[in-house]
Design a protein around this ligand. Structure first.
Ligand SMILES: NC(=O)c1ccc[n+]([C@@H]2O[C@H](COP(=O)([O-])OP(=O)(O)OC[C@H]3O[C@@H](n4cnc5c(N)ncnc54)[C@H](OP(=O)(O)O)[C@@H]3O)[C@@H](O)[C@H]2O)c1
Length: 311
């Protein structure tokens, strides 16, 4: 049985993506890659109840640890038929508090949202089948033109983002910028990988779920803002453009990865339910090349660990 891997399925958009996937992919094994196995097993129970899908498993993965990502790949490789039809890089976080670091010493937002998914993808590439798909869940916050109210991204270099200098700016401003920049990195990565995988027939797309209030993304917000996010902002889904409930966005994400009707989409940014232009910076070839090079150096991935040409 072939596998679909979804990261960040224990809550929010990823959870609803897994539910939709269970409906449209009854013959695939769905692997929930999660850092909290107990939460993962509870999620499996809920998905089984709703869909009766019989082939759901959970494998441990902490994207804030390169070792954990490597261990995940090793465990996956030992499965009876380690073939991937879709890899959905959806897990992510926003940290608007004190600067935090991953196990490997990278700033947490960049380390988890970009480097973790990047490394996972490259390690899993040897197992992704021809006609398979890779998706990066990005965000419209990566694009200053969309005026989301979140600080605009600033791309300098992967190393600057991994090891940021101290700053006197307010924590929430810095945190928002790190988040939107990490989401820009998701779009940049999707475009680079798409180009580099052209001869391998693997689809790579970036997905914007829109604003999805009520998910766990606001967990580092102050209590009042968290209350508003969970209890007031969901009303916006009824009338604000590109503001969605998790069910709608999760469904779109699963469909983009696996639905037959969307299998022609490749190398695109999918936002508000359609192919859309992403930010000017996301098409910047020197940003793409710099991020590619620095991500390889930071993760220290070796050529014999992946099937894509690293240099
Ligand atoms: N909500 C929005 O408005 C919005 C808008 C645009 C884009 N997005 C993107 O959508 C994606 C999903 O976010 P969400 O809103 O659904 O938030 P969420 O409910 O907080 O879901 C995030 C998921 O990522 C997982 N995760 C976080 N850090 C991880 C790590 N180190 N290793 C493995 N898994 C980790 C979480 O696992 P735990 O349960 O263990 O914490 C959770 O399952 C993110 O990439 C986010 O940037 C969200």
């Amino acid at each position: 049985m072939k596998s679909i891997i979804i990261t960040g399925a224990t809550s929010g958009i990823g959870f609803d993506c897994a539910i939709q996937m269970a409906k449209i992919a009854p013959n695939e094994q769905i692997i929930l890659a999660c850092r909290n196995i107990q939460a993962g097993n509870e999620t499996i129970r809920k998905i089984k109840n709703k869909t009766n899908h019989q082939h759901l498993i959970c494998l441990p993965l902490d994207l804030a640890s390169l070792q954990s990502i490597k261990d995940f790949k090793d465990k996956f490789a030992k499965l009876a038929n380690p073939v991937i039809t879709s890899l959905i890089n959806n897990a992510g976080l926003q940290n608007i508090g004190k600067t935090a670091y991953t196990n490997d010493g990278f700033e947490t937002t960049f380390g988890t949202n970009h480097l973790g998914g990047f490394y996972l993808t490259l390690l899993l590439l040897p197992y992704i089948e021809q006609n398979g798909s890779i998706i990066f869940t990005a965000s419209d916050t990566h694009d200053p033109a969309t005026k989301t109210g979140i600080e605009s991204p600033i791309y300098t270099s992967g190393k600057d983002l991994a090891f940021p200098k101290e700053t006197n700016e307010k924590e929430n401003i810095v945190g928002q910028r790190r988040y939107s920049t990490s989401k820009l990195c998701n779009v940049l990565s999707a475009y680079v990988l798409h180009e580099k995988l052209a001869d391998k027939n693997i689809r790579v797309n970036a997905f914007d779920p829109g604003m999805v209030p009520g998910t766990g993304l606001a967990r580092t917000y102050p209590p009042v803002l968290r209350f508003v996010w969970n209890n007031v902002m969901p009303i916006l889904t009824y009338f604000k453009p590109n503001t969605n409930c998790a069910k709608k966005s999760g469904k779109r994400l699963a469909n983009l990865a696996f639905n037959k009707e969307q299998k022609q989409l490749n190398g695109i940014y999918f936002s508000d339910g359609k192919v859309t232009k992403s930010s000017i910076d996301s098409y910047n070839k020197s940003y793409q090349a710099e991020l590619w090079k620095s991500s390889i150096e930071l993760t220290k991935i070796k050529q014999d660990e992946t099937t894509i040409q690293l240099t």
